[in-house]
Ligand binder design. Structure first.
Ligand SMILES: Cc1cc2nc3c(=O)[nH]c(=O)nc-3n(C[C@H](O)[C@H](O)[C@H](O)COP(=O)(O)OP(=O)(O)OC[C@H]3O[C@@H](n4cnc5c(N)ncnc54)[C@H](O)[C@@H]3O)c2cc1C
Length: 382
């Protein structure tokens, strides 16, 4: 009898699982993908999309044809509960579905609720097309009412810095094209710690600090935002900073519904998994990407880990369905980060090393495009 494999979330790991099932079908497995969105964004290219270097299709994987190629049923829906005893998932709009093996790759959720007022006044980074539409609407408004506006980003990690520089590049270019003064838009970055890009080496941090100064971005460091009101953020040390548009780019948290599932979770609410990417409490449930917390390795949440886990997850899901031994996955300790600056220029960061230039951006562009091409049917033969 066919065994049921249920994939929840169309994240960076599950697209690889689908690709591998497409290249090597398993006739005795019934595969179902449930994902909230049909188009899954590839994080590495999102800042380039905001900067205007890529269009929507360049930076999103269409899950429908990929699922079809894998012989999977695709349900566009959000899962908000599990019944682990009955081996069922509970989608929002469909009837519960049973599984023999379940895999969760649902990413992380913006943590707006942690700061009073943030949910009412701030825009999270994802979904990124919503964010894009919002900034373009701001430009329309400026056209009719050209008074200066302050765009504030809270969060000084790589994604906050990249998004700020990308938006600045795009909006300033559009201002020039529409005959508006660039100076109408002010940009500011608010970060809790003393330095930007806390997970990167001091050379990278200095490069970006200099770049922000050159680009006229006001940097507020050691400014932990503790509450947000209309047009104002308040910091722990008593500062009040004004904004017209607020973008929330702090570290994301776990999906709140996981807390009610009975799965073993870490202190931040992410699913604890072993070296096989299987839940430590429920071995028929697997998790990968941001939503997983490997108990034997501490790693930052980054798309690169989700991508690397994809092949191991695919192999272990298949092995587990056939009661074969699973393979251990060991995440790399350091990974290469290519951080773009909005203008087809990028900074490479790995451990203590750093390089930068237009050539780094072209290198990143080649890697990213090659990655995306893997998931566009017809899929390349193995
Ligand atoms: C602007 C920006 C730039 C970034 N740049 C980089 C970078 O250059 N390099 C890097 O390594 N990392 C980067 N990151 C981090 C990266 O985006 C995340 O680490 C990565 O997306 C995590 O991948 P994932 O597969 O775990 O989940 P995601 O890519 O978030 O995918 C989750 C999927 O699950 C679906 N889903 C969510 N909840 C549910 C639900 N309840 N039911 C069903 N489906 C659901 C979603 O629709 C989505 O398809 C960046 C992040 C941002 C915001």
């Amino acid at each position: 009898m066919a065994r049921e494999l249920l994939l929840v979330g169309g994240g960076h790991s599950h697209v690889e699982v689908l690709r591998r099932f497409a290249l090597d079908p398993a006739p005795d497995v019934r595969l179902t993908l449930i994902s909230r969105d049909r188009f899954t964004p590839y994080s590495g290219m999102l800042p380039g999309y905001l900067a205007g270097h890529y269009d929507f299709g360049d930076v999103h994987i269409d899950l429908a044809p990929l699922a079809e190629a894998a012989g999977a049923r695709f349900l566009r829906d959000s899962v908000d509960g599990l019944d682990l005893a009955a081996q069922r998932v509970i989608p929002h709009d469909h009837s519960p579905l049973t599984y023999d093996r379940l895999s969760l790759n649902i990413g992380a959720a913006p943590r707006l609720a942690a700061v009073p007022g943030a949910a009412d006044h701030a825009t999270p980074l994802k979904p990124i097309d919503g964010l894009n539409a919002r900034w373009l609407a701001l430009l329309e408004r400026l056209q009719h009412d050209p008074v200066s506006k302050t765009i504030m980003v809270v969060g000084g990690g790589a994604s906050g810095v990249e998004v700020l520089l990308a938006m600045q590049q795009r909006l300033q270019r559009l201002c020039r094209e529409r005959g508006l003064a660039e100076s109408l838009l002010r940009f500011c970055l608010v970060t809790r710690g003393p330095r930007l890009l806390a997970n990167h080496n001091p050379r990278v941090q200095r490069r970006f600090a200099r770049l922000l100064t050159r680009r006229g971005v006001a940097l507020h460091s050691e400014a932990e935002v503790v509450s947000v009101g209309a047009g104002r953020v308040h910091t722990a040390d008593g500062r009040t900073l004004a904004f017209d548009e607020l973008l929330w780019a702090t570290q994301a948290g776990a999906a709140p519904w996981l807390a009610d599932t009975g799965l073993a979770l870490d202190g931040a609410g992410f699913i604890r998994v072993d070296d096989h990417l299987a839940s430590v409490s429920h071995p028929h449930v697997f998790a990968a990407g941001d939503t997983a917390s490997m108990v034997n390795y501490r790693r930052d949440k980054a798309g690169v880990h989700a991508v690397r886990q994809g092949p191991a997850l695919a192999g272990n899901l298949r092995a587990s369905l056939h009661d074969r031994p699973l393979t251990r996955y060991r995440p790399q300790r350091r990974h290469l980060a290519l951080i773009s600056t909005g203008d087809r220029y990028a900074v490479a960061s790995r451990g203590p090393w750093s390089w930068s230039g237009n050539w780094v951006w072209r290198w990143k562009d080649r890697i990213d495009r090659r990655f995306m091409a893997r998931y566009r049917p017809p899929l390349p033969t193995p």
